[in-house]
Design a protein around this ligand. Structure first.
Ligand code: ADP
Ligand code: GN1
Ligand code: MG
Length: 361
């Protein structure tokens, strides 16, 4: 018999006894709970999705070493290491996670007085998130990349994501391919594009760096009273990757006023003003680290991450919705449509995006 969330929580070195664990947030992969104890402490309790993250121990070792590294830098900069990055709570027997049958669980301290945003209410917030992700990149610039376990191999390898998509079309396990012929054609007509950044990286034209790889707006915690950025969270996919993909993934999610799963695609628009303020914030923090090629390819990375994510949603729809959590019929297809609408908008706005990047270089 599997244990309850509260029994699991009490296997960790938390303050007092766990009294409640309510579902918290809307991630697509892990399950997150806000945990409260009888001493009034709050924590984040998470069930790690072990079909996505195959080796919880190596994953948690990554997060432990990255957060320890960040804490030292934050301390040296006069910051508060308990607030500006994640802090792992160990189990009663000193482990970074708790195994209950197939499930693996972890606990972080709850970063107090913080909020996250699902879409930005104004440009300042998006600018602030850009500073947070740019700073994250800068702080990890000298982290030993070789020591990191690749938590999801080929995560942003858009070429291999394309092959996964073609495989899903040919298998067509749910008989859905015929109904999404238009979407399949959209992907196929961009096959050469899909290879662009991977080829450049393989040819040595773009450097591998330690990157976050899931730079959604809701992975930045803001101070609830000042709305200044406090910490970058969701560190499962910190791995060697392309810096410009971190930039691109933020643009994908945040440079629009529409939700990622907005069912009415006519409400989805790429906003060049949001692109502008994100670029200003990101380059302001880590522009000095980037090569000329990296800077030049920022707009392409925005298109790439949006295209890749849309293709992943479509692939999952074809596979029968086995990877991303869905909450309604055709949810992955709706998500795919928003991403492809943004790709089309960005293709039209490419010259404008290039001009914005030049302005801040
Ligand atoms: P998911 O995989 O579900 O996106 P996250 O690690 O991003 O999981 O956590 C989900 C949400 O929980 C975040 O968007 C943020 O609102 C909140 N959160 C995560 N970690 C903390 C923390 N240590 N303190 C406060 N809030 C947190
Ligand atoms: C997933 O777990 P979450 O919701 O932060 C996914 C990202 C996608 C994102 C799309 C490990 O992120 O790659 O960009 O959904 N994470 C993983 O919203 O696949
Ligand atoms: Mg998250």
């Amino acid at each position: 018999m599997s244990l309850s969330n509260l029994e699991i929580a009490n296997s960790f070195q938390i303050s007092g006894q766990a009294i409640s664990a309510e579902p918290y947030s809307c991630g697509h992969i892990n399950d997150t709970f806000l945990l409260k104890t009888d001493t009034g402490e709050k924590y984040i309790l998470q069930r790690i999705n072990t079909s996505v993250f195959k080796n919880a121990e190596a994953l948690m070792n990554n997060i432990m070493s990255v957060t320890n590294f960040l804490k030292e830098k934050i301390l040296r900069a006069g910051g508060d290491p308990s607030r500006e990055t994640l802090s792992i709570i160990l189990t009663n027997d000193g482990r970074t996670f708790y195994r209950d049958g197939q499930d693996c669980w972890r606990i972080y301290t709850f970063i107090r007085d913080s909020v996250t945003l699902q879409t930005c209410e104004n440009e300042e917030q998006f600018y602030a998130s850009a500073c947070a992700f740019g700073r994250f990149q800068k702080l990890l610039a000298d982290f030993p990349a070789d020591s990191l376990y690749e938590s999801i191999p080929a995560f942003h390898n858009t070429k291999s994501r394309y092959n996964d998509f073609e495989w899903a079309v040919s298998e067509d396990v749910c008989g859905r391919a015929a109904s999404v012929a238009r979407e399949i054609a959209f992907v196929r007509s961009r096959r050469d594009f899909a290879a662009t950044l991977v080829d450049m990286q393989e040819n040595g034209d773009l450097p591998l760096r330690v990157t976050h790889n899931d730079t959604k707006l809701n992975n930045v915690l803001f101070d609830s009273s000042t709305m200044s950025p406090i910490a970058v969270v969701d560190l499962d996919t910190v791995m060697p990757g392309l810096s410009i993909n971190d930039f691109g993934d933020s643009i994908r999610f945040g440079a629009t006023h529409a939700a990622e799963d907005e069912p009415d695609v006519d409400k989805v628009h790429f906003e060049i003003d949001l692109f502008d303020c994100y670029t200003r914030g990101f380059l302001g923090e880590c522009g000095a680290l980037l090569t000329e090629n990296e800077k030049k390819m920022l707009p392409v990375a925005a298109m790439m991450m949006t295209f890749e994510c849309g293709m992943r949603f479509l692939t999952d729809y074809l596979n029968g919705d086995t990877y991303f959590k869905i909450h309604r019929e055709n949810h992955n297809l709706d998500r795919c449509h928003t991403q492809f609408k943004l790709v089309s908008d960005m293709e039209k706005a490419k010259d404008l995006m290039d001009a914005v990047v030049r302005k801040y270089c």
